[in-house]
Unconditional design. Structure first.
Length: 169
């Protein structure tokens, strides 16, 4: 009986279902299902909003500055490029500062603020730059979000630092 009921359920689903865009966690009633079987379908729409601002460095590849989804903003890694695409010369401190300024511009374009950033990942081409990066980072992220820091072999455009983060919308 149990398996026969589900065979009927799945055969009716396959003939009556169609693609629908609906809000997250909504109930989708299907009138052709037997009334004695309780059912609820959770559907997921993409709900992805691409965030773009001319006030920060433009992506150097096929990706977005940030994506806003489900009340969170996922910022792509920011490198020390000006909003005009110029790679700045100078110390790791200056380059970290520019990464942070780019982050601020993107997160504000998404309708949020630096204070709502709760997770940061820092990539360094040389861990010897950690202390210098950390001093400037601490000025920008005074609220001390969770953070990871990794040394990597190489970063785009040969930069010494890249910073990505996640914020509440």
């Amino acid at each position: 009986m149990f398996s026969a009921t589900f065979r009927v359920l799945f055969s009716r689903l396959s003939t009556s279902s169609r693609l629908i865009s609906s809000p997250l966690h909504s109930s989708l009633p299907i009138s052709r299902l037997p009334s004695r079987i309780p059912y609820q379908f959770v559907t997921m729409s993409t709900g992805l909003d691409i965030v773009h601002t001319a006030g920060a460095a433009q992506p150097v590849g096929p990706y977005s500055q940030a994506i806003k989804v489900n009340g969170q903003i996922f910022l792509s890694g920011q490198i020390p490029l000006t909003k005009d695409g110029v790679l700045i010369e100078g110390s790791v401190t200056e380059k970290t500062r520019l990464c942070c300024e780019n982050i601020k511009a993107v997160v504000e374009a998404a309708g949020s603020s630096v204070e709502k950033i709760f997770k940061v990942t820092v990539l360094l081409a040389d861990m010897a730059d950690f202390d210098e990066m950390n001093k400037e980072y601490g000025k920008f992220f005074a609220h001390k979000p969770a953070r990871s820091c990794f040394a990597v072999k190489q970063l785009p455009k040969g930069v010494p630092v890249e910073i990505e983060c996640i914020a509440l919308a």
